[in-house]
Design a protein around this ligand. Structure first.
Ligand SMILES: NC(=O)c1ccc[n+]([C@@H]2O[C@H](COP(=O)([O-])OP(=O)(O)OC[C@H]3O[C@@H](n4cnc5c(N)ncnc54)[C@H](O)[C@@H]3O)[C@@H](O)[C@H]2O)c1
Length: 372
């Protein structure tokens, strides 16, 4: 049955791909998006990549009137509007808390008055802090944030009390959250708020914890978003990607097309209601591998990453997804191969002028004492 769907933040990277996926499935899509300048540039206009079929309402999730209006006639809501930079969240604390936490609260008050058939909220792997590990003697141990003295000594790997290195394993949803940044705290708050209020008002709600999403349309001008967009921006300017620590940290890169499909599946899946579900590729790569593969795809294989051997406040060592629950509850399986995904990203990047604000962002963090 075709539905009228609202995506908050739907003019952004993931939301616009989801809009395409939902339109393909025969739904009608409305977007509420403030077109914030950090993502869309100054004097932002409707992004050209947004399908003409999408009804765009330019408005703020903090504005109760705009939210209530956007909900008119809507059957289901995807809540994606957010500020999305981990590093930036550590000094724009009020802004992040306002948009992410309070924005969700405004939406939920409107939904309490006018419930919908499904609410899907974008959460994040960042809520885990460190991922899950296996100890030297065999048992699984939740990774803990690394002590500052080890980071200052550039001992990047996690170790047990005897100093033996822990081995990272895939992180399931049962791993206790360990909130290491204002951003992570706000994403946890968003998912809990949606599930709590959803249950109280009979709004079937699902929280999806996205891992590192990559693909076309990720804002290159925003130095606080995905690492691939940041690296691409540097490489296109002939500069080496700046890698924190030693570059051996592992992440799970999931293609935005796969994420959009997972989101679309969450619209109907009956057993997903009330659950939090990891959305990742189920594979992992080191940041150095990612930097090298991207440089190759962009025809800049001669530019190796610059290993900074510095730690950024709030950054974790390893985290990659166990996606068993997404397979079971959503029937989700990732389809896009990483190298194919990178090639598509490169095609999109071709001819694009990347504004290199990454250095500026790194300086901003350093000036605030947020790197060691
Ligand atoms: N990109 C990732 O790797 C990733 C990983 C985990 C979770 N997420 C989550 O997925 C969601 C989408 O992220 P994205 O990567 O597409 O980011 P994005 O920045 O491309 O999109 C976010 C959109 O929200 C809009 N927005 C921001 N503040 C707003 C406000 N106050 N009112 C209305 N609109 C507002 C922006 O204009 C933008 O279009 C976010 O909730 C993010 O936290 C993303």
């Amino acid at each position: 049955m075709p539905k009228q769907i609202l995506i908050t933040g739907g003019a952004g990277f993931i939301g616009s791909h989801l809009a395409d996926e939902l339109l393909r499935r025969g739904h009608r899509v409305r977007v509420l998006d403030a077109l914030v300048s950090q993502v869309h540039g100054e004097d932002a206009v409707r992004p050209s990549y947004l399908d003409p079929e999408v009804e765009l309402r330019v408005g703020d999730v903090l504005d109760p009137r705009a939210v209530a209006d956007a909900l008119e006639g809507v059957d289901a809501v995807y809540h994606f509007a957010a500020m999305v930079g981990v590093g930036q969240s550590m000094y724009r604390i009020a802004d992040y808390t306002a948009v992410n936490n309070e924005g969700t609260a405004v939406l939920l008050e409107a939904l309490a008055r006018r419930p919908v058939g499904r609410l899907v909220v974008a959460s994040s792997m960042s809520i885990y802090g460190e991922g899950l590990y296996r100890g030297a003697s065999g048992p699984l141990v939740p990774g803990r944030l690394r002590p500052l003295d080890r980071l200052k000594a550039r001992k990047w790997e996690l170790a047990d009390a005897e100093g033996r290195q822990l081995v990272p394993v895939a992180t399931p949803e049962t791993k206790q959250p360990e909130l290491a940044s204002v951003y992570a705290l706000s994403k946890y708050d968003q998912e809990r708020l949606c599930l709590i209020v959803g249950q109280a008002y009979g709004i079937p709600s699902v929280a999806l914890r996205f891992f590192n999403v990559y693909g076309p349309r990720q804002a290159l001008s925003n130095p606080y978003t995905g690492v691939l967009a940041i690296f691409a921006s540097r490489l296109l300017n002939g500069l080496p990607p700046l890698v924190f620590e030693d570059g051996q940290q592992r992440r799970d890169f999931v293609n935005v097309a796969d994420v959009a499909r997972a989101c679309a599946l969450a619209l109907e899946a009956p057993r997903a209601v009330g659950r939090v579900i990891n959305i990742g590729s189920g594979r992992h790569l080191t940041i150095n591998q990612v930097a090298e593969r991207l440089a190759t795809v962009l025809g800049r294989a001669h530019i190796g990453p610059e290993i900074t051997q510095t730690h950024r406040a709030g950054d974790i060592r390893h985290c990659f997804a166990d996606i068993s629950l997404a397979r079971e509850l959503l029937g989700f399986s990732p389809k896009v191969d990483f190298d194919e995904g990178l090639a598509e990203l490169a095609g999109w990047l071709e001819g694009r002028i990347a504004i290199n604000r990454v250095e500026e962002a790194a300086t901003e963090l350093a000036e605030r004492g947020l790197t060691v």
